[in-house]
Design a protein around this ligand. Sequence first.
Ligand SMILES: N[C@@H](CCC(=O)N[C@@H](CS)C(=O)NCC(=O)O)C(=O)O
Length: 206
Amino acid sequence: MAILHGVPVSPYVRKVQAVLEMKGVEYTINPIIPFGDKSELLALNPIGKIPAFQDDDITLADSSVISAYLEKRYPEVSLYPEDAADYARALWFEEYADSHMVGTLGSIFFHRVLNPKFFDTPSDEEVVTKAIEEDVPVIFDYLEGQLGDNEYFVGNALSIADISIAGPFVNAEVAGLTVDATRWPKLAAFVQRIFDMPWFNNKIEL
Ligand SMILES: N[C@@H](CCC(=O)N[C@@H](CS)C(=O)NCC(=O)O)C(=O)O
């Protein structure tokens, strides 16, 4: 059976978990964390990050690589658009979520949740407030505009774009940051729509 290495606290692990669930692939989770002794993780991923993934005889790292592999290996439920432009747009949103959103929303989560709980360090609320007041609105404005009146980000069908974008909102919510529906109504409805999907893991266990 396939093994997903990593804890779903990570938005990247959550993304792969959602792809596996959507596609109905059987898997187990090895809840490895990327801190402390990294020897087990380094044997799976030379840069020591989660997620890593094993299936048949292959070992893979990086959530985008793993998701792209899953699409080819288990194509029955497709999460990547056929049309070339839509495909590129879906990859862009995946990249935007992974490289940009996780940096901002993830750092708020790190400060407010992980630091006090695991690293005996209080949240630096000055940094958090600056992120919430300056960086977050730029992201939310962009997403609200890109979504428009559609239910999903690309081609009005669920894709890897939506799964990638929704993931960091779980961490944000646990850190006390939700989408203000009066200011970003379309984005707030989108996040709720994905959170309500039965295959989406919208919880964080610490
Ligand atoms: N681009 C990678 C990012 C993976 C990543 O940064 N994972 C974090 C957890 S959220 C990690 O393992 N960090 C440990 C470290 O950087 O040492 C992916 O999409 O999988």
